[in-house]
Write a protein that binds this ligand. Structure first.
Ligand SMILES: [Zn+2]
Length: 327
């Protein structure tokens, strides 16, 4: 595999990166700066030039990368983010599994919102960030993409080795008999059970959930499992549930067999994602972060770039293609 190298010497001074990153981490909100073209001659900010160069150097110095992505990667596909730049909830926090599984009313509210939300969520298409990551995997630079997203957009963009850490919203699972079935089929069941139901949508969320105006849920009917009549849930890890152990182990193995961890579009506020950054740090693997806003791993990152991930990843992908031409 050929290293990503387009400019200057191949040096990595992780300690220097860490020091400059700590300085940035204590700044409450760094400005958003657009990334210039491949040559780097038109980058708007001196700080951005420095951090993108550090990112280039870090990636040039390693062979394979594990990528960990979050909601920020899918905002370019029209799927909203959960959190603001300070890592705080933008909306009311998502429903907890205990509430969902324990209450008919909660499930009615969830599925009424999700029934409407899927009509938009299900149409989302991969954006430049997904395409660039698929390109870097095809080029042999990325070993595995671990994603906290449930939209399957990495796979649809062509990434092959994807771990959907939090599951897949395009499937549903029966809580009672564990039967797995496609979401579109359950969507038809919901439509058939609610032929005259309409609701006014007041907002959208990253998990395909939407906010409805009051009283929209009360007449909504939720059909049971086709096999056992039991409770249907989306095949995702809801808040209050644990990620299946096998999935965590597969993701940890990816971090262990690769040379660096690249975090893209995640604040890492949820432990299920943060643990991979912590593990990389504890095992001496450098961490690079591309995210607009603060993350829980800013203090342990070797380099942090505040940038639009679609633009930046496309640039890295182009750089690889440029660097892959034999000298
Ligand atoms: Zn069932």
């Amino acid at each position: 595999m050929r290293p990503l190298k387009t400019r200057g010497r191949r040096t990595t001074k992780t300690a220097q990166f860490a020091q400059s990153t700590r300085m940035r981490a204590h700044r409450p909100s760094a400005p958003t700066v657009s990334i210039g073209p491949l040559s780097g001659n038109h980058i708007d900010s001196g700080e951005m030039t420095t951090t993108t160069r550090q990112l280039d150097e870090l990636l040039a110095d390693v062979r394979t990368i594990t990528v960990l992505t979050g909601a920020g990667v899918s905002t370019g596909s029209g799927i909203p983010d959960y959190r603001d730049r300070d890592g705080e909830w933008k909306h009311a926090p998502p429903m907890q599994y205990a509430e969902f599984s324990g209450s008919d009313e909660a499930r009615r509210h969830y599925w009424a919102r999700s029934y409407v939300g899927w009509q938009r969520f299900g149409k989302a298409r991969p954006n430049a960030a997904h395409v660039a990551l698929a390109g870097l995997e095809a080029a042999g630079r990325i070993d595995t993409v671990i994603t906290q997203n449930v939209d399957r957009l990495h796979s649809r963009a062509g990434s092959r080795n994807v771990i959907d850490l939090h599951g897949d919203l395009s499937r549903v699972r029966c809580i009672d008999c564990d039967d797995l079935s496609p979401r579109h089929r359950f969507q038809h069941d919901l439509r058939d059970a609610n032929p005259d139901w309409h609701a006014h949508v007041s907002g959208c969320r990253p998990d395909g959930d939407v906010e409805l105006t009051a009283s929209g849920h009360d007449e909504f009917r939720v059909p049971g499992c086709r096999k056992c009549g039991g409770r249907i849930k989306p095949d995702v890890v809801m808040f209050g549930e644990s990620v299946p152990r096998q999935r965590v182990e597969a993701a940890m193995s990816a971090v262990d067999r690769t040379d660096a961890l690249l975090v893209v579009g995640s604040s890492l506020m949820v432990f299920s994602g943060f643990r991979f950054a912590r593990h990389a740090h504890e095992t001496g693997k450098p961490i690079a972060i591309v995210n607009q806003g603060k993350t829980r791993a800013d203090d342990i990152a070797a380099v942090k770039v505040e940038a639009d991930c679609g633009e930046l990843l496309s640039r890295l992908d182009e750089q690889h293609l440029a660097g892959a031409v034999p000298a």
